[in-house]
Design a protein around this ligand. Structure first.
Ligand code: DX5
Ligand code: ZN
Length: 218
């Protein structure tokens, strides 16, 4: 079993105070910092790009887990790597050459991740499992924080867990994760849990408790 990872999504942070927000979740016990990049094309929302990754990089030593909801992704991979991303995750649906994108991320010396939208079957990752360090199962339709968890993600996590076997791959879930479903997700085989609203609710003094609640439920 891989170590449990809680990865707060800074999509739910105060964008005017990213540095302080990243330091606060770091101090509050975050294992990784999840960074949601949206292009208004692959998903119906725009968040931020590599300059923001570069700006937050000095504020934490934790891994920056960069989730690219952009298409195409390939023209921007080098820029995100140079900005300080540690893990770069692309969507299987973002282009016809997933295998090439994953090779490109590894060639940049970064950990490579592949993400699946709720409607995409687990078979989409079958032929890239030897090229990835992380599989990210979306449990909401990507684009916005604060949406309700889609329960069919649990079954998909369990199936992908079985496909992964003993490969050294983190299995991450993103969208609507709370202390209420963290236990079921961990039981299904997820070891990395992304949470936006469930971590950032209640203001800075609540972050450590919010992270601890998810961790102890998992
Ligand atoms: C959705 C993003 C998620 C989102 C999670 O497109 O990829 O990371 O910010 O937010 P919550 O935890 O609020 O669903
Ligand atoms: Zn995300």
């Amino acid at each position: 079993q891989r170590p449990l990872v809680i990865a707060p999504s800074i999509l739910a942070a105060d964008f005017a105070r990213f540095g302080e927000e990243v330091r606060a979740i770091d101090a509050g016990g975050a294992d990784w910092v999840h960074v949601d990049v949206m292009d208004g094309h692959f998903v119906p929302n725009i968040s931020f790009g590599p300059q923001v990754v570069r700006a937050i990089r000095p504020h934490t030593k934790k891994l920056l887990d960069v989730h690219l909801m952009i298409a195409p992704a390939d023209p921007y991979l080098a820029e995100f790597a140079a900005a300080g991303a540690d893990i770069i995750t692309v969507h299987a649906e973002a282009g016809p050459h997933l295998h090439r994108s994953l090779q490109a991320i590894r060639a940049l010396g970064k950990k490579a991740g592949v993400s699946l939208n709720p409607a995409t079957p687990e078979s989409a990752v079958e032929y890239v499992l030897d090229l990835v360090d992380l599989v990210l199962v979306m449990s909401v339709n990507p684009g916005f924080g604060g949406q309700a968890f889609i329960p069919s993600a649990l079954d998909k996590v369990a199936r992908i867990k079985a496909m992964i076997g003993d490969r050294p791959i983190d299995l991450e879930v993103d969208g609507g994760v709370t202390a209420d479903n963290a236990g079921a997700l961990a039981k299904a085989g997820a070891n990395a849990l992304v949470a936006g609203s469930a971590v950032f609710k209640g203001g800075e003094s609540a972050y450590a408790g919010n992270i601890a609640a998810i961790r102890s439920a998992a």
